[in-house]
Design a protein around this ligand. Structure first.
Ligand code: ADP
Length: 372
């Protein structure tokens, strides 16, 4: 249980002890909260005492009487507004001074509670305040995490684009200064490397375009009945020139002539990424098997390769943005490390699952399961 600190400021001892008694075993629960909320009550007789307590203790809620012996409730409210705007203030007020209470809520008090109040009235007021506090905390947290993720993404992205640009610029300057002599043949390796880096950047940009295409919600207006095999076939044809170069054979089997309602662009993203990885991270003369089938009314896409495989630690990070396995075998393969994070987004969008099985040196099998 989490406890909120409530400061009750009133010169009537009866009110203070009443609040303490009523809140001592009162708790609030809310469907999204992992723990109930309870209350610690701290008492202050004057506004001056209240300010001292607010300055030294972690107060979250203040129940504030307006008519106090020294400085007034509205003065305490001003102090809180200026110094601790995170504190929620409830004005306690007699019916005679309701007008004042309304004014106080316009001046930053969260709400007011007329006295005399019943235990139930106090409880429901406190229930509202604590739910408000809980939601405010959640919103703050989500906002912060979202920002952090975006920031991390942008900093990795700028690095990924800056590194190849620097390399290409370096090569071009060398050529400009004729650093390797007058003969163009002497620059061949630099030109090759530059083209390689440009290819890497182009892949990254294509992946980014894919990323921007996927929204956080499924856009059902793009849904249509698709033949999954046709989409797989297109993806295979696009990657085939590269596969022929590597002497990798791709075989497609559709066991159930699967048709489903989906955005064809989304399903294309799945095949493009999985099949191109299966070729890219394969060995020369290797094989790729693509199987489309339905199992218990779910679409299964299986992409199996005889490539370099991965360790379990690598599999754990596979779907992180920009993650790439770095070793001797992958050194010369270009990629952005975004492909599988995009695949994962699409799979999540369809409430599906993706599983990976892999053996180093033997190959990997990616299985996507989507509800139909
Ligand atoms: P990339 O653009 O680097 O291919 P991905 O997100 O598609 O990015 O893949 C992330 C990393 O996972 C790759 O860099 C590669 O190391 C590894 N990987 C992906 N698919 C396979 C596979 N079929 N076999 C072996 N390694 C793979």
């Amino acid at each position: 249980m989490k406890n909120l600190n409530v400061l009750v400021v009133d010169d009537e001892p009866g009110i203070r002890s009443g609040v303490s008694r009523i809140l001592s075993n009162f708790t609030v629960s809310y469907p999204f909260m992992d723990a109930d909320i309870g209350f610690n009550v701290i008492e202050a007789e004057t506004g001056e005492d209240a300010i001292e307590i607010i300055n030294s203790d972690l107060i979250e809620i203040v129940l504030l009487d307006n008519k106090l012996p020294g400085i007034q409730g509205t003065d305490v409210l001003d102090f809180i507004n200026k110094n601790r705007p995170d504190i929620l203030v409830m004005m306690i007020t007699s019916y005679a001074s309701l007008e004042l209470a309304v004014k106080a809520t316009n001046n930053g008090a969260y709400d007011f509670i007329p006295k005399p109040f019943t235990p139930q009235e106090l409880k429901s007021s406190l229930e509202n305040v604590s739910k408000h506090l809980f939601l405010r905390g959640m919103t703050k947290k989500m906002h912060k995490e979202g920002k952090e993720i975006r920031f991390q993404f942008l900093s990795v992205l700028s690095h990924e684009l800056k590194a190849p640009l620097n390399a290409i610029e370096g090569y071009l300057r060398l050529m400009q200064d004729k650093g390797a002599g007058e003969n163009i043949a002497d620059y061949e390796q630099m030109i090759d490397r530059s083209l390689q880096r440009i290819k890497g950047m182009r892949n990254l940009i294509m992946d980014l375009l894919d990323l921007t295409k996927i929204k956080f919600e499924k856009k059902t207006e793009k849904f249509q009945l698709i033949k999954v095999k046709d989409i797989a076939q297109n993806a295979i044809e696009a990657i085939n020139p590269y596969a022929i170069q590597k002497d990798v054979e791709i075989k497609l089997t559709d066991l159930n002539n699967v048709e489903m309602n989906a955005d064809p662009g989304d399903i294309e993203i799945l095949f493009n990424n999985l099949v191109s990885n299966a070729v890219k991270y394969n060995v020369d003369g290797g094989k790729v098997e693509v199987i489309v089938k339905t199992v218990r009314n779910k679409l299964n896409i299986v992409v199996k390769d005889t490539g370099i495989g991965m360790t379990n630690d690598e599999i754990k990070k596979l779907f992180d943005e920009f993650f790439r396995v770095k070793n001797e075998q992958t050194k010369h393969i270009t990629g952005s490390g975004l492909g599988l994070s995009i695949v994962k987004r699409v799979v999540d969008l369809y409430n599906g699952e993706i599983n990976v099985q892999s053996n180093v040196g033997k190959g990997s099998t990616f299985t996507v399961v989507l509800p139909m």
